[in-house]
Structure formats: structure tokens, C-alpha cells
Design a protein around this ligand. Structure first.
Ligand code: HAM
Length: 424
């Protein structure tokens, strides 16, 4: 019996690794250009952390967590998201004492959902959390940063920014009463799911997928009308800043998100190109969370993108640069055992002189034809061949593998040529 991977938990095979690296490197470069620093937190946390932060009556906590008792009898959970752990770490290590923090992270998260394209039980997030800044300009800068990321990855045209403000706790409490009154009067028209939510978390009915419930909601009171003056000003400042930065957005009054810690700004980046799992990134402000988890009251705002979904989108749009989909730039071949030593010496020289150049040597002999096949498969642009006559003359055959004339070059000539390859 061959043992297989756990349902909903995928291996990331070498052929996919390049796309992942492209996304990770682009994100990290952009994060660094905004002055963010990295934080790494454990995959496993106390169950209580998630129940308290994400919320007891959310789908994640009620239905989707991988929770287990460890050998000491403690209830632990594989993190379903990374924000809670980052907040815990920031409080625990005093990162929030009279200072602001702008942090980024990446790593696995686990949710026991029904697997389908774009939805997995182990998935990966890349995210950002900023602490100590209540100003809407912080929200705007984070959103601008995601916008820049999509642009650099070449997927901006396929995604839409949905934006909303769910206001302060006080505004939400007032709205909740009005919404419940409205819905109770129309109870017979609600779907089963919404009836359950009506009792436990009525605001989640706003993002019901049920069409008749959606139709009903057209006449429902709007959360926007319940925002406090300060909430409104915060949201106005955010939309002004996004407009100034040329970041297009759609205000979606029904956007509430599935985690309880948010207040004021919430946003999602969505695409039509991935079917039903079209949200590639989500986030918002959570000014009450640090306090709620036992720290000194500190504002926070952040987001996380789903790596698998962004990679699926990049693949669908064919935007992944060749260099992330190939193994080598040059592939060295030899026609005789006697040439092997020179091949190795040349490879060493190329790697030393051009650290960014990807240099593969053929190992294991075989006909030139079969070596060329391997060179082609590696994605290399250039084949370098040393045969009997080159061994004698000290030259190298330079063979462009993607079109172009073959030449014979001296080692000096080759080094000159290499410095021009991909501007390295
Ligand atoms: P979230 O919306 O639950 O937010 O997840 C963020 C992103 O993770 C989603 O937009 C989606 O792309 C991806 N994702 C979620 N579940 C799955 C899944 N089962 N399979 C594949 N991808 C998935 C959060 O997790 C918040 N912590 C974001 C945040 C950070 N808010 C403030 N700071």
C-alpha cells in the first residue's frame, strides 16, 4: 500500500516551485521597500487564542479548525490564519510598548473545509500586520502595496478591490438591532443558513450566497447609515488616499468578512478568473484585538493573500516569467570523458564570475543528441559543448538553444558573451 498525502493538503512539486518563488520574492521585495520586517510564529497555538480572536461563532472556529489534545492534555490548534498568532507574539514579547510595528509573514494555515479548486485544508498565506497606527493612511498604504504587488505580478487587470467600513463596535451594535428587526419581519423568506446566522451572527447574512436572501437584502438597512461621525471620516480619508494613489476600488456595503475581529476598514481583492474561490486576498482593521487578547489597547490593520489562489491566477494569465519556470541558463555538454575535467573547470569559472547565472553540467555521458535533449528540457538558452577538437584548441562551441547560429569561441570570448546574457 502506497501512502498518499492527506486530503486537501498538496505537495508543491518542482514544476510549481518557480511560480511560488516568483510570488514570494516579489512580495518580499515590495515589503522591504515599505520598511516592513518579518515575523515567524508557530504553526500550533493554544486553541483559546483562535476562539477568542476569530470569534466563537464563526465558521472557522465552529467547523474548520484542526484541534487536538497533545500528550499533556492541552488543547492545541493548527493555525487557521496567522493574525492571531502574530498579535499574541507581539503582546508576549512587548513589541507594542510605545512603538509601532509593521510586520510581514508567510506560512501554512489549516482549515477543514471541503477541498476544491482554490480551497485546500493546508494552504499558505503571505500577510502583513501593522500595529500602533490608527490613521486611515495606514490602511491606504497597505492597500496600495497590494495593488502594486498585483501590478508587478501582472495580474492587476484581473482583480477588483472591494472595500467597506463596518464601523466601530457601537455602530455595529446599533446596526445589528436594525438588521435583525428587518430580517425577523421577513423570516419566512430566509434560507436555512441565514436563519441560523440570524440568531448567532446576523451580520454574516450580508454575505450570504443565496440569491433570494441577496434580493431581500436590497431593501435592508445599510450599515453605512449607522457609522459614527468618526467612522465616516476614517473611511472618507481612506477612499481619498486611495483615489490620490490611483487605486481603483468598488464600495461593497455587503462586505463583512468571516472573522470577528474587524472594525472599520474591511477589504477583499477578488477575481472572476478562478470560479467560486475568487478571493485572493482579504484584510482590514482590528483596533480592538490587542486589547481583547490581553494587551494594552493598540490599533492594528493587516491583510493576507492566499498563495495557492494567486499562483492559480498567475498561471491562468500566463504571467510567470520564463526564468521562474526553467532550471538553467546554460547547459554544459561534453562529447568525451576526456573533456569532462575542462567542462567542470569552465562551469566553476562561470559560476564564480556570474553568481546569478544558472549553470548546469551534463553528468552521465550519452550521445550528444541525448545531452541536447536534456539541455532543452532544462530550459537553458545556451548550450556549451566541448568535444575532441575544442579540447585541443582550448575553444568552446556556443550553441544558442532557442534559435541562432552556433559559434566557436575562445574562453575569453565566451566570458564576454555571458556578461551580455540577460544583462548579468
Ligand atoms: P481570510 O480572508 O480568512 O483572512 O484569508 C485570507 C486569504 O487566504 C483568502 O483571501 C484566501 O485567498 C486565502 N484562503 C483562505 N482560506 C483558504 C483555503 N481553505 N484554501 C486556500 N486559500 C485560502 C485571514 O486569514 C486574515 N487573517 C487576514 C488578515 C490579516 N486580516 C488582517 N490581517
Amino acid at each position: 500500500m502506497i501512502i498518499q498525502s492527506v486530503r486537501g493538503m498538496s505537495d508543491i512539486l518542482p514544476e510549481q516551485a518557480g511560480a511560488w518563488r516568483y510570488l514570494e520574492q516579489t512580495a518580499q521585495r515590495i515589503f522591504s521597500s515599505y520598511g516592513l520586517t518579518q515575523i515567524r510564529t508557530p504553526v500550533v497555538e493554544d486553541t483559546e487564542l483562535f476562539a477568542r480572536s476569530i470569534g466563537d461563532v464563526t465558521d472557522i472556529v465552529e467547523k474548520e479548525m484542526y484541534t487536538f489534545e497533545d500528550r499533556s492534555g492541552d488543547s492545541l490548534t493548527l493555525r487557521p490564519e496567522l493574525t492571531a498568532g502574530v498579535v499574541r507574539a507581539a503582546i508576549e514579547h512587548g513589541l507594542l510598548h510605545n512603538q509601532t510595528q509593521r510586520l510581514w509573514y508567510q506560512g501554512q494555515a489549516f482549515r477543514h473545509e471541503r477541498p476544491q479548486k482554490g480551497r485546500y485544508r493546508q494552504f499558505h498565506q503571505i500577510g502583513v500586520e501593522c500595529f500602533g497606527i490608527a490613521d486611515a493612511l495606514m490602511d491606504a498604504e497597505l492597500i496600495e502595496m497590494t495593488d502594486q504587488m498585483w501590478k508587478e505580478l501582472g495580474i492587476r487587470d484581473a482583480v477588483t478591490l472591494q472595500l467597506n467600513s463596518i464601523g466601530s463596535p457601537e455602530a455595529r451594535a446599533n446596526y445589528r438591532t436594525a438588521l435583525v428587526d428587518f430580517l425577523v419581519a421577513r423570516k419566512d423568506q430566509l434560507d436555512q443558513d441565514s436563519l441560523i446566522r440570524l440568531k448567532r451572527s446576523p451580520l454574516r447574512i450580508l454575505d450570504s450566497k443565496n440569491e433570494s436572501t441577496q434580493a431581500l437584502l436590497c431593501d435592508a438597512p445599510s450599515l453605512m447609515d449607522y457609522l459614527t461621525e468618526a467612522d465616516r471620516e476614517h473611511f472618507a480619508q481612506l477612499t481619498r488616499a486611495l483615489t490620490d494613489a490611483d487605486v481603483a476600488f468598488v464600495i461593497n456595503p455587503l462586505l463583512v468578512r468571516g472573522l470577528d475581529y474587524y472594525g472599520r476598514t474591511v477589504f477583499e481583492w477578488t477575481t472572476e478568473a478562478l470560479g467560486s474561490q475568487g478571493t485572493i486576498c482579504g484584510g482590514g482593521r482590528y483596533d480592538g484585538l490587542v486589547d481583547h487578547l490581553g494587551g494594552k489597547s493598540t490599533p492594528g490593520v493587516g491583510f493576507a493573500l492566499g498563495v495557492e489562489r494567486v499562483v492559480l491566477l498567475m498561471k491562468a494569465l500566463e504571467v510567470i516569467p520564463d526564468i521562474y519556470q526553467t532550471q538553467a541558463d546554460v547547459y554544459l555538454m561534453s562529447q568525451q570523458i576526456a573533456c569532462e575535467e575542462r567542462i567542470r573547470k569552465l562551469a566553476r569559472r562561470l559560476r564564480q564570475d556570474f553568481p546569478a547565472l544558472r549553470v548546469m553540467t551534463h553528468i552521465g555521458g550519452g550521445s550528444l543528441k541525448s545531452q541536447l535533449k536534456k539541455a532543452d528540457k532544462s530550459g537553458a538558452l545556451i548550450g556549451l559543448i566541448i568535444g575532441q577538437s575544442e579540447l585541443a584548441s582550448g575553444q568552446i562551441v556556443y550553441k544558442p538553444l532557442r534559435g541562432g547560429e552556433q559559434e566557436t569561441l575562445s574562453e575569453m570570448g565566451l566570458l564576454n558573451r555571458m556578461s551580455k546574457l540577460r544583462d548579468m
